[in-house]
Design a protein around this ligand. Sequence first.
Ligand code: AHG
Ligand code: MN
Ligand code: MN
Length: 321
Amino acid sequence: MQTVQQLLQNNNVDTKLVSAIDAVLEASKEISFLLQKGAMSGILGSAEQENVQGETQKKLDVISNDLLKDILKDCPVVAGIASEEEDFPVPANKDGEFLVIFDPLDGSSNIDINVTVGTIFSILPSNGGDASVEKTYLQSGRNQLAAGYVLYGPSTLLVMTTGQGVDIFTLDPETKEFVLTDAQSTITPATQEFAINMSNQRFWAEPMQNYVADLLAGETGKLGKRYNMRWVAAMVADVHRIIHRGGIFMYPWDSRDAKKPGKLRLMYEGNPMSMLVEQAGGMSSTGEMAIMDVQPETIHQRVPVILGSKEEVEMALSYSK
Ligand code: AHG
Ligand code: MN
Ligand code: MN
């Protein structure tokens, strides 16, 4: 069976980019093994400190961030890193060519209940810029050279793109290699499944309220088909389901906090997931424009997210026209 390194080599991916990807995968394997040991590795529970976004960190948010940071800083091709759990960008190697941006642990509210979590990553060119300053990282998602996530579920999976479609790999616990198990995965254009945190309903804008009301009306409403709903509270797991069997995932704009136009983060979650979804033939939008066309203004900026099966996303967007 083909390993991820063999596939990247066959696809003629720049060997330097491959070594940056390898560093991410090395750290993700460590995270995966810690998760498998669970309570025995002392990783569960709160770290009793907050990140720059005012969220209480879990121990594993901190541990996985440190693992990624340490391995990436030692990787000569990496110029710098930016993480959801770091206040500021961290410079790495002055001759490095890549910026690695990550959400070390997505869905961290799931850790303590033994439900799926993941690591999301995005790789940008450094273009010779100063990797100690935020400005160097403020590139649109269209500049991404690679994006992906590692999903820590019943199996540990890697879902990745370097701009040549989306491939899915499974971590073999015996050889500790990611092997190709689903090549060139695509998202079905129409489905009957949606994912949204319904408890925020009253805070959404009117077009979103109307769209979700029609989803709920099912075959009796104007969409004319019955929908099912799923919400794992880990974007990695919700997006993974969509890559597998289609659907629409939404964390739309809401009025809870004027400083946060959406909960999810553009650089750590929105952009990498959008690259995967577009590469798999799906669609991804803020509600107003393609997420990957957003010009970031700060590294921790939030963005409304509507992504998944193309026809479903187009239908959702049609409500605001
Ligand atoms: P993180 O654990 O990195 O902070 O991300 C959690 C995100 C995302 O994964 C998920 O879709 C969403 O937050 C869940 O939000 P709710 O708490 O509103 O369900
Ligand atoms: Mn996250
Ligand atoms: Mn996180």
